[in-house]
Ligand binder design. Structure first.
Ligand code: NDP
Length: 334
């Protein structure tokens, strides 16, 4: 079988490629340029015989995915801009997130009735209500929805607009299915902050994806203080990727959302783990209030993902140590 993965050059997508390729699938990736395809070929060199590419330069153009979806059996749609510092919320976040999602569903609906399952990378951003802050009495689960509207998102700050881009794109997908009754079903995967090894092509450590850049800033000596934690839930990139494949394969995952998280965390906890578990980093990682417990914050419920997808989430310490060792390795080779 052949699975299409959009935005194959990304941080999470690289692991999604690995889990499908390791399981014997053929994968077609969409990329925005020939150079990007070449980078994915290099990072996934051991699978070249089962990896192919289609260039989709602009996901907001009508019919952008028409060619890409031809003859595939399933689709994993990861593509959505994830930047918190943007110039124009609509152009840089909302339009690509929403139009890209509707666009790929339309292309499949029109051109490929073979596709039975589409898995979309949504986010904890689609659950969270930013106006509630730490909301200690609440437990986030798949039952929640970020209430931000398009008009609020147009004028909000970058983080607010990014979160809204994810909830509005996910809602657009569920609306599409309800309205068009296509021959495929959709499942959505909602990871919170994703850390873990970077296995995709990286130009240099100054050009990391948004979440990896945040983690790296805690260990590269650039901070004297522990920054305030923005989102209090974490998942390992390998678990997030695996969730996409299992949701793709399981008939019961049809029409379901899955909040995939290892649990709560804070930047203070990450710094504590880095300082105690990776001795060579001790002098570079801010000390902050070492040993400080998690403050009262919302809880997160991953029971559905554990039960229905069968995922045992890697715990915080393992995620932090693996991420740090990967960056130490990259520092040597980049
Ligand atoms: P990356 O930043 O690594 O992915 C970037 C990818 O998006 C690249 O393939 C890039 O293509 C492409 N891209 C960048 N800007 C645009 C744009 N304007 N239009 C179209 N494509 C664009 O992202 P992640 O792996 O972190 O994220 C992948 C998905 O996971 C996204 O949907 C994101 O919302 C979601 N997610 C991520 C979390 C995280 O903590 N990382 C948490 C929760 C959800 P190119 O190589 O051509 O530049």
């Amino acid at each position: 079988p052949i699975v299409l993965v959009t935005s194959a050059s990304g941080f999470i997508a690289a692991h999604i490629l690995n889990t499908f390729l390791d399981s014997g699938y053929n994968v077609r990736g969409t990329v925005r340029s020939i150079a990007s395809a070449e980078h994915v070929r290099q990072s996934h060199a051991k699978y070249l015989d089962r990896l192919s590419f289609v260039i989709v330069e602009d996901i907001t153009k009508p019919g952008a995915f028409d060619e890409a979806v031809k003859d595939v059996d399933g689709v994993i749609h990861t593509q959505s801009p994830f930047w918190l510092k943007v110039e124009n919320n609509e152009r840089d976040l909302l339009i690509p997130a929403i139009q890209g999602t509707i666009g790929i569903l339309e292309s499949i609906h029109k051109h490929n009735s073979r596709v039975k399952r589409i898995v979309i990378t949504s986010s904890f951003a689609a659950l969270t209500d930013l106006s509630r802050g730490q909301w200690p009495e609440h437990t986030y689960s798949e039952a929640d929805w970020n209430p931000a509207t398009y008009n609020e998102a147009k004028v909000g700050n970058g983080a607010f607009a990014y979160c809204a881009s994810k909830s509005l794109a996910e809602k657009a997908a569920w609306d599409f299915v309800e309205k068009n009754r296509p021959s495929f079903t959709v499942s959505t995967i909602l990871p919170p902050v994703v850390y873990g090894p970077n296995v995709h092509h990286i130009r240099d450590l100054a050009h990391l994806n948004e979440s990896s850049a945040m983690f790296y800033s805690l260990m590269n000596g650039s901070r004297s203080d522990v920054p305030p934690t923005g989102f209090w839930a974490i998942v390992d990139v390998r678990d997030a990727a695996l969730a996409h494949r299992i949701a793709y394969e399981k008939p019961e995952a049809a029409s379901q959302r899955y909040f995939v998280t290892a649990g709560n965390f804070s930047f203070q906890q990450i710094c504590d783990i880095l300082r105690s578990e990776v001795p060579e980093l001790r002098s570079k990682v801010p000390e902050g209030n070492a040993g400080e417990l998690l403050p009262p914050v919302y809880k997160v419920n991953n029971e559905k993902a554990q039960r229905e997808l069968g995922i045992q989430f890697k715990p915080l310490k393992e995620i932090v140590v693996a991420t740090a060792h990967n960056f130490l390795k990259l520092e040597k080779i980049l």
